[in-house]
Ligand binder design. Structure first.
Ligand code: TLP
Length: 342
């Protein structure tokens, strides 16, 4: 049976062009720096994001963890939004791997106020750890794919520079943010010292993410990637799909955003379902289904029987994510299926 899979944009399968590119890829040993496809992908990514250098990594999680390790020393403190991916879904890696302490700030729809960030920066005092990094997430996953407005991004970067603290952006979905803002992606990336973005989400590549930053930052980061077992050999097969992702998939994300908006509208009209429409900006829709008197897990199980997959747990929050393989008809079918659940 073919499911309408709205669990995540991570479920996207590679396109025909990607499969052909993988088959035909020129490869070499990337630990020796000799994989032409990896080198090409890294050059393209650095150019697109307006940074000096780039490094292919196995996953978004690995990219974020490497960036935190590269920017900090054990015992430092880093500032993050309280529901960000690094805190919620990275297995406590920043404590275990980087040995840093997290200073969490509540954001409005995932977006931290620059004055709250400034207030959280530690003064020089014998009792305090040093604030060594500010992490942003753009788009913000758990807040529903929300985008950091350009003026907030700029003010945040000004605060960071005033205190001489680098900014890392978890830009897993930065191309969705760029699409929403109608800005070239480098206009967003210029307000961060390092950016991680994923090839394997809305851009449909099967595996991999990229970290971009200064030459010095990336050469230091390469050592941490090796330490974490991310020094791959003929990884050009993966990079070949990543190149197609950057060439062909970054300019079509609006379609996913339109489908998410359509889905959010349809679902919000169903009694028992609440959606904060202000948060529906890109390809994620988060619903509160408490009015349906079932948990997210029960809701997901019922939809599964109707051929639709979503993620739901013990809470009454359910997430839907649109992507390349979801068409308008799938959205309509999903709304009808949810209506029939009651
Ligand atoms: N997010 C996944 C899950 O891990 C929750 C998803 O289905 O959305 N940053 C952000 C903002 C992400 O949403 C994700 C993945 C990552 C980092 C990690 O990427 P991967 O899965 O490649 O390690």
């Amino acid at each position: 049976m073919k499911y309408i899979d709205l669990r995540s944009d991570t479920v996207t399968l590679p396109t025909k062009q990607m499969r052909d590119a993988i088959y035909n890829a020129e490869v070499g040993d990337d630990v020796y720096g000799e994989d032409p496809s990896i080198n090409r992908l890294e050059k393209m990514a650095a150019e697109m994001l307006g940074k000096e250098a780039a490094m292919f990594v196995t996953s978004g999680t690995q990219g974020n963890q490497i960036c935190v390790m590269t920017h900090t020393q054990p015992g430092d403190e880093i500032i993050l939004e309280e529901k960000c991916h690094i805190i919620t879904y990275e297995v406590g890696g920043i404590g275990r791997l980087a040995g840093v302490q997290a200073r969490l700030i509540s954001g409005k729809n995932g977006i931290m106020d620059p004055s709250d960030i400034e207030a959280a920066i530690r003064e020089d005092n014998i009792h305090f750890p040093k604030t060594k990094l500010i992490c942003l997430e753009n788009t913000h996953n758990r807040a529903g794919g929300t985008v950091i407005p350009m003026d907030i991004l700029k003010s945040t970067y000004e605060v960071a520079k005033k205190h001489n603290i680098p900014v890392h952006m978890d830009g897993a979905r930065i191309f969705n943010a760029a699409t929403y803002l109608k800005q070239p992606v480098k206009e967003i990336a210029k307000y961060a010292d390092s950016v991680m973005f994923c090839l394997s989400k809305g851009l449909c590549a099967p595996v991999g993410s990229v970290v971009v930053g200064s030459k010095e930052f990336i050469s230091k980061a390469r050592k941490f990637r090796k330490m974490l077992g991310g020094g791959m050999r003929q990884a050009g097969f993966l990079a070949a799909a990543g190149i197609v992702a950057l060439e062909q998939m970054t300019s079509r994300l609006n379609e996913d955003h339109e489908n998410a908006a359509l889905l959010a509208k349809g679902l919000s009209e169903i009694p028992g379902i609440l959606i904060d429409m202000d948060t529906v900006q890109t390809n994620i829709v988060i619903c509160d289904i408490s009015g349906l008197k079932m948990t997210g897990r029960e809701f997901a199980a019922k939809l599964y029987e109707k051929g639709i997959r979503v993620n739901g747990g013990n809470s009454t929050t359910v997430r839907f994510v649109t992507h390349y393989w979801i068409k308008k008809e799938d959205i309509e079918a999903t709304i009808e299926a949810v209506k029939s659940l009651r």
